[in-house]
Design a protein around this ligand. Structure first.
Ligand code: AMP
Length: 187
């Protein structure tokens, strides 16, 4: 199964990815995690990505598209995968469509986790305390939310015309959201 998890920062994409990974034995591909690892290891990719990430801006399309292009052909992806945080722009979505078409694969569900902005800010500030992510401070959070509205929300239009788009209310407990998610994707 190929799933795309979309939603603003703090919507619970990563948390819910874990529930599906456990259930379906497919893997989660988080471009944010891949980039953070590169930053920690101070690779050339990490050095380039860090300045965008620290300010809450998107890393250039060609960089993340390259990451996904290489990742989804690996052996552990053949059973399926969840894309968590990719695509984030229409250009990324178009590139993904091309890659999947070439591989003879298709997206099963695009899941959108909907959470009100006030709640997102509370969640992200609490994550900042726990995980010490350098981009979880109030100024960067505001920018990430703006970038989401401006660059990523238009993807809803892109996917709306297909019958694969599922809206999930992302509020409540992890179990609440998991229940809605599993129902929406037929698990
Ligand atoms: P995330 O952990 O998904 O919130 O991503 C953290 C940061 O990594 C984002 O604020 C971006 O700077 C960068 N990033 C992650 N995924 C993408 C993507 N698909 N396109 C561009 N930048 C990304």
């Amino acid at each position: 199964m190929i799933l795309i998890f979309m939603g603003p920062p703090g919507a619970g994409k990563g948390t819910q990815s874990e529930t599906v990974v456990d259930k379906l034995s497919i893997i989660q591909i988080s471009t944010g995690d891949i980039l953070r690892k590169a930053v920690n290891e101070q690779t050339a990719l990490g050095v380039e990505a860090k300045r965008y990430m620290d300010s809450g801006n998107l890393v250039p399309d060609e960089v993340v598209i390259g990451i996904i292009r290489e990742r989804i052909v690996e052996d552990d992806c053949q059973n399926g995968f969840i894309l968590d945080g990719f695509p984030r722009t229409v250009a990324q979505a178009e590139a993904l469509d091309e890659m999947l078409q070439e591989a003879g694969k298709k997206i099963d569900h695009v899941v959108y986790f909907d959470v009100p902005e006030k709640e997102l800010i509370i969640r992200l500030l609490s994550r900042a305390e726990k995980e010490k992510r350098s981009d979880d401070n109030l100024e960067t959070i505001q920018n990430r939310l703006n970038v989401f509205r401006e660059k990523t929300e238009p993807l809803l239009e892109y996917y709306k015309s297909r019958d694969s788009l599922r809206f999930i209310e992302g509020t409540g407990t992890i179990e609440d959201v998991k229940g809605r998610l599993f129902k929406a994707i037929g698990l």
